[in-house]
Ligand binder design. Structure first.
Ligand SMILES: C[S@@+](CC[C@H](N)C(=O)[O-])C[C@H]1O[C@@H](n2cnc3c(N)ncnc32)[C@H](O)[C@@H]1O
Length: 216
């Protein structure tokens, strides 16, 4: 499927300007490339590094751990005082994430919660400074009420892959098998853009990044 968010040549140029990661993060980036495991794109990682340097979150709830890449990256930005709770439903991913988190030396800073977010979000103790949604895109709307409950007033809801390669722009752009996801994402975008409780901006960065501040 063609990426219709930003011209590929511009994307490639901007990527070439990003700092390279070293050590475990670099190794995980290489691992994620083959076999393909979706992890946050490098421009999203760099944006969040700058954003966190201003907002200094101490607690992050992540939905969608995969191999633990973003949790390890965020934890390295937050330092030893930061705590992350991350939810994952795939047992194989959980095993890999736990091993990677242990290798990073962050087992005391990152808690992996096993289960479908829809079932386990209600069991988690908040509130958090940041909620990072990076799981099944078609389900974001279902997660939203619980995520907002778990977010501090003044905290930030960050939604990755919110533009889903640009197909949210119009139903004609969505291949048949992605129509439901595109519809669900459009409803989600409408909700976070029109909620009185949120101030939202959507950036055409990576696969699209939603940034919403909880007002009350
Ligand atoms: C895009 S990957 C997460 C990548 C990770 N945040 C990173 O950047 O390193 C999405 C992950 O969410 C998990 N997932 C999808 N839907 C889920 C759900 N409803 N509950 C829990 N985990 C879910 C998938 O198994 C997958 O590992």
């Amino acid at each position: 499927m063609e990426d219709r968010i930003i011209y590929p040549e511009l994307n490639e140029y901007l990527r070439s300007q990003l700092p390279q990661h070293e050590g475990l993060l670099k190794e995980l980036e290489e691992y994620a490339a083959d076999p393909y495991v979706p992890i946050i794109q490098r421009e999203v990682a760099q944006f969040l590094k700058v954003f966190f340097s201003y907002s200094s979150p101490k607690t992050i709830l992540e939905v969608g751990t995969a191999i633990g890449y973003s949790a390890i990256y965020f934890s390295s930005l937050m330092g030893s005082g930061g705590k992350i709770v991350t939810i994952e439903r795939d047992p194989e991913m959980i095993e890999k994430a736990m091993a990677n988190i242990a290798r990073a030396g962050f087992s005391d800073r990152i808690t992996v919660v096993e289960g479908d977010a829809q079932n386990v979000l209600g069991t988690i103790d908040g509130p958090f400074d940041v909620v990072f949604l990076d799981a099944a895109k078609g389900q974001y709307g279902k997660f939203l009420p619980k995520c907002l409950d778990l977010l501090k007033t003044g905290g930030t809801l960050i939604t990755d892959n919110i533009l889903y390669r640009g197909i949210v722009a119009s139903e004609e752009l969505a291949p048949r098998k992605h129509i439901t996801i595109a519809r669900n994402l459009r409803n989600y975008i409408y909700e976070i853009s029109h909620s009185a409780r949120l101030d939202t901006t959507i950036l055409p960065l990576g696969d699209g990044l939603g940034i919403s501040r909880k007002l009350f």
